[in-house]
Design a protein around this ligand. Sequence first.
Ligand code: NAD
Length: 501
Amino acid sequence: MVEQTRVTHWINGKPWSGTGERHGEVYDPATGKVRAVVDFASPAEVDAAVGAAAAAFDEWRRTSLTRRTQVLFAFRELLNAHKEEVAALVTAEHGKTLDDALGEVTRGLEVAEFACGIPHLLKGGYSEGVSTRVDVYSIRQPLGVVAIISPFNFPAMVPMWFFPVAIAAGNTVVLKPSEKDPSAALFFADLWAQAGLPDGVFNVVQGDKVAVDRLLEHPDVAAISFVGSTPIARYVYETATRHGKRVQALGGAKNHMVVLPDADLDAAADAAVNAGFGSAGERCMAISVLVVVAPVADDLVARITQRMTGLMVGEGLHPGCQMGPLVTAAHRDKVAGYLEAGIEAGARLVVDGRRHPVDGAPEGFWLGPSLFDQVTPDMSVYADEIFGPVLSVVRVGSYAEAVELVNANPYGNGTAIFTNDGGAARRFQEEVQVGMVGINVPIPVPMAYFSFGGWKASLFGDTHAHGTEGVHFYTRGKVVTSRWPDPSHGGINLGFPTTQG
Ligand code: NAD
């Protein structure tokens, strides 16, 4: 792993040489120390990146599908060869365990593999002879410069939900990663250059709201793919659509896992611990609410508590570590604040993560896993997206009450049901108002060839990420109606002398 002290932009095929006026600090959450300084792009620097992408677009969109696919395959091979290095960068800046980071890179890699099939995905339709000598056919063409704005919690996977598909479809890209863990984006930029992607097709600007705002209003940006919290997703959607752009803005989540009385309670307890505390709960698909039908609630809470006691919390690089630190001290303190708020509101704090043993430097941003029981929907621990290792149990009287609770929640990213009754599972799948549903699977993240996206306040716009919806998002349709008269000069004339001539 290369230690970096300064993280900057990548514009037109190389690191940006300018020295900006604004910067941020990038921490190693396991030690609490600053590991790098990241440049924050000014509007002029964003303009330079968009300018490079706009200049590269015409040649890239005309580059043959065969050549584009070759570059995609080369990128895929390079990423596969370097995935451990990317994972180590993610662990160093985000804090998640190395295994988890490798899993994230692998999920991103799968999107690159999906994008290698772009020739097939871009095939249009053809209707021959709709009228006399008239044919109609449809084609899909790239949009131009597309911007991707990503969150801190998946610095490798979330950008990769988008850029392989955007680039394969013939667009050029400006990526604005999270300022909290900005280095993976630069690693990708270097891999693209090695893969033979022409300069300017993939650019990275580092920064904060200033950079985002310039992208949202820039006249040469055709589309925005955003992932982050719901208030910012809504702001991005409203601002960018007002500027005439195509937008998909994926927001926050509050994912419920319903446990019916006939469920395998050991499987449900394992799932709750994995999905609640994996990546310290900093996953948009993390389970944060367990909706337990009352007769099995005491039993399930006991099984979860027992599993939580043995969870190894420590530095993500340590073998055997199951949960790392939170991303920043401020975020750790905010999450810890919810423990007090829950107690004050009358929830029962069964396991207090503040007391959990930690294998790591004392200055790290630590908070162990916590479990609340007897949570009700009016409490802030239920209503807010905590985005940390805090699991809440809400007890309900029936399946119907459970579904009503899930459907009343403003978010609709992921949900799961644990049951041995196929009929109940099928009914849940039909009735629940959530975009991604797991049946005895706690984190139902779709494979790359399906599309990822939530409902309600978890997604603004109507197109999900990757899969065929991703291809649709990054292209627009064109339908051609053609009429060719029969040859009128008595035959095909290829310009050669004839026997009469
Ligand atoms: P965030 O909303 O704070 O930041 C996301 C991006 O927006 C970052 O690049 C950030 O620099 C930028 N940004 C932040 N504030 C801004 C502002 N005022 N104006 C313009 N841009 C701004 O989110 P985060 O804390 O980085 O990530 C965690 C959130 O992302 C959680 O809410 C999580 O649920 C969500 N998330 C959702 C999904 C999904 O698929 N729905 C996936 C991953 C994360």
